[in-house]
Design a protein around this ligand. Structure first.
Ligand SMILES: Cc1cc2nc3c(=O)[nH]c(=O)nc-3n(C[C@H](O)[C@H](O)[C@H](O)COP(=O)(O)OP(=O)(O)OC[C@H]3O[C@@H](n4cnc5c(N)ncnc54)[C@H](O)[C@@H]3O)c2cc1C
Length: 460
C-alpha cells in the first residue's frame, strides 16, 4: 500500500491532473486490449506522458517503487499484451502523437509513438509517399504498438511487416535510460542492431517514444479480383501459382467455406456461392500494370478450376471485394457466438497440411473452426467458435487453440505470425522455442530491464 501511495504521490508531483488517473471507472475502461477472454488485472493508475523525458522520469519512479509498467498504444492488440496486471501502472502513449518530420528527400517520416497508423499513412500520402504496413486495425492502432508487435497486414505480402520500415527509434529502458537506436540512413551497421531487437518486443524491453520510418514512392491505384472454388486444394494451388508468377500481388487472401457461409448469413443474402469451399482475393498496385496483372491472376483462378471469377478496377468495386475479407471476424462471431482468434504461420509449402490438420482437429474435438487470412505469406487466422456461457464449450475451444498452435510449430511454423504472444500465448511459447532460446531471451530482457518491471507476465 505504501508503494501504491508513493508512486501516485510521485505522479501528482510530476504531472498535471489531466495526465494521469486513479479513477476506477476510467481504469476499468482502459485496462483491456481487444482480445476476448484474456485475464485483465486491477492497475494502480494510468498515466498519459507527453514527452520522452516524462516517460523516463515515470519509469525511474516506478523502478524505485518496484511498480510494474504496462505500455499501451491504442489497445487494439489481440493477445492481452496491453492488458493491466494487478498493481501495475498503465503507461499510455496515445497523447504523444506528433508527426515531427516528413522528408521527401530521405523518404522517411519521424513521429511520436502514439500517432495513429492511418493518420500517419494519410499524412505521408499527401507528399506522394507510401507507408505500406496496413494491419486490419490501421484506423485504430498506433505506430508504437505496430513497432512493439511488428504488425503485419494484407499488403505485407509484397512490402513486408512494420519492422522492415523501422530505421531508428528513441526508447526508454526499464531503468529510465533514454537510448537512440538504429540509423537515420538507409544503410548502417555500426554496432549491433538493437532497434531490430525492440521490434516485436511487446513492451518488455523498453518504451518506444519516437520512431523514424522508411517510406516508398506512392504505388499505382489498387485493382483486385476474387475467385471462388469448390475445393480448398484447388484454391491453394492457384495461390501457389500466383505467388510463383512474376506479377508480385499486393495482397493474396483466402477464406474457407465456413466463412463464406457466415458472410452470406451476415448479409442475409447469398453474396457468394453457398456451395463454395474457398475464396481467393488478390490485389495489384503496380503502376501501369495492375490491370494486366489482375487479368493474369483471373486467368490463374480459372486454370485451377474457379467456378466464379470477378475482377475490379474501379476503387469502389475493388474495396467491395476486400470488404468480403474484412467480414471474416464479424461474420464468424455472429455464426459461432464467440471466437478464439488464432494467428499461426507456416512455410507456404506446408499450407495444405496446415489446413487439413486444422480440419482434423475441428472434427476430432467437435469444435467449429473457420480458417482464413494471408495465404500469400503463409499466415492464417483459424477462428475457433465457442459458447461463452458454456464452460465445457470454452474448455474445448481452448484445447483446440493449443492443438492448432502445436500443429503450426510441428510444421516448422510459428504460434504467432503478427499478433504477438502477450498473455494469451505465453503458456505455449515452449511449443516453438527451446528452453535455451527462452533463457537467452530472458537474459537479454534483464540487460534492458534489470528490475523486471516492463510488462511482466507477458511475451517471454
Ligand atoms: C479489427 C482488428 C484487426 C487487426 N488486424 C491486424 C492485422 O491485420 N495485423 C496485425 O499485425 N495486427 C492486427 N490487429 C492487432 C493489433 O491492432 C496490432 O497488434 C497493433 O499493432 C496494436 O497496436 P496498438 O497501438 O493498439 O497497441 P496495443 O494493443 O496498445 O499494444 C500492443 C503491444 O505493444 C506494446 N506497446 C504499445 N505501445 C508501445 C510503445 N510505445 N512502446 C513499447 N511497447 C508498446 C503493449 O505493451 C502491447 O504489448 C488487429 C486488431 C483488431 C482489433
Amino acid at each position: 500500500m505504501k508503494t501504491a501511495t508513493s508512486i501516485i504521490d510521485t505522479l501528482s508531483m510530476l504531472l498535471p491532473a489531466e495526465d494521469y488517473s486513479t479513477d476506477r471507472e476510467h481504469l476499468d475502461r482502459m485496462s483491456g486490449d481487444s482480445a476476448d477472454d484474456v485475464a485483465i488485472g486491477a492497475p494502480l493508475a494510468i498515466v498519459y506522458p507527453r514527452t520522452t523525458q516524462q516517460v523516463s522520469t515515470i519509469v525511474r519512479a516506478a523502478a524505485a517503487a518496484k511498480v510494474p509498467l504496462v505500455p499501451q498504444g491504442a489497445r487494439s492488440g489481440l493477445v492481452g499484451g496491453a492488458n493491466a496486471t494487478d498493481g501495475a501502472l498503465l503507461l499510455n502513449l496515445t497523447r504523444m502523437d506528433a508527426i515531427r518530420e516528413i522528408s521527401v528527400a530521405d523518404q522517411t517520416v519521424t513521429c511520436e509513438a502514439g500517432v495513429n497508423t492511418k493518420r500517419l499513412a494519410d499524412a505521408v500520402a499527401e507528399h506522394g509517399l507510401f507507408y505500406p504496413p496496413d494491419p486490419g486495425s490501421v484506423s485504430l492502432s498506433t505506430i508504437g504498438g505496430n513497432v512493439a508487435t511488428n504488425a503485419g497486414g494484407m499488403q505485407c505480402l509484397k512490402y513486408g511487416t512494420t519492422g522492415r520500415f523501422v530505421r531508428a527509434m528513441t526508447v526508454v529502458t526499464g531503468t529510465g535510460e533514454v537510448l537512440e537506436l538504429g540509423h537515420a540512413t538507409a544503410k548502417g551497421v555500426a554496432g549491433l542492431d538493437l532497434a531490430a531487437l525492440f521490434v516485436g518486443s511487446e513492451g518488455t524491453l523498453g518504451i518506444v517514444t519516437e520512431v523514424t520510418l522508411a517510406l516508398l514512392p506512392a504505388p499505382g491505384p489498387l485493382m483486385g479480383a476474387y475467385g471462388v472454388f469448390v475445393d480448398m486444394d484447388q484454391a491453394l494451388e492457384a495461390a501457389n501459382a500466383i505467388v510463383a508468377s512474376p506479377f508480385g500481388p499486393a495482397a493474396l487472401e483466402v477464406l474457407d467455406g465456413q466463412i463464406i457461409r457466415a458472410i452470406n448469413e451476415l448479409n442475409r443474402e447469398e453474396v457468394l456461392p453457398g456451395d463454395a469451399e474457398a475464396l481467393l482475393i488478390v490485389q495489384s498496385d503496380t503502376i501501369d500494370r495492375a490491370e494486366a496483372d489482375i487479368a493474369a491472376f483471373a486467368e490463374i483462378f480459372s486454370t485451377f478450376g474457379a467456378t466464379k471469377v470477378v475482377t475490379a478496377t474501379e476503387p469502389q468495386a475493388v474495396s467491395d471485394i476486400m470488404n468480403l475479407r474484412r467480414q471474416l471476424h464479424p461474420a464468424t462471431r455472429r455464426a459461432y457466438g464467440s471466437v478464439l482468434n488464432e494467428d499461426i504461420a507456416v512455410p507456404r509449402g506446408r499450407m495444405r497440411e496446415l489446413i487439413a490438420g486444422v480440419s482434423g482437429i475441428a472434427e476430432e474435438l467437435g469444435v467449429p473452426i473457420a480458417t482464413g487470412g494471408h495465404v500469400g505469406d503463409g499466415n492464417l487466422h483459424p477462428l475457433i467458435g465457442f459458447d461463452p456461457r458454456d464452460p465445457s464449450s470454452r474448455a474445448l475451444a481452448n484445447k483446440a487453440f493449443e492443438r492448432v498452435m502445436a500443429l503450426a510449430a510441428e510444421l516448422g511454423g510459428t504460434i504467432t505470425g503478427e499478433h504477438g504472444v502477450g498473455i494469451l500465448k505465453r503458456s505455449v511459447v515452449g511449443a516453438e522455442l527451446s528452453p535455451e532460446v527462452r533463457a537467452a531471451q530472458k537474459a537479454i530482457k534483464a540487460v534492458f530491464d534489470p528490475a523486471g518491471i516492463l510488462n511482466p507476465g507477458k511475451k517471454l
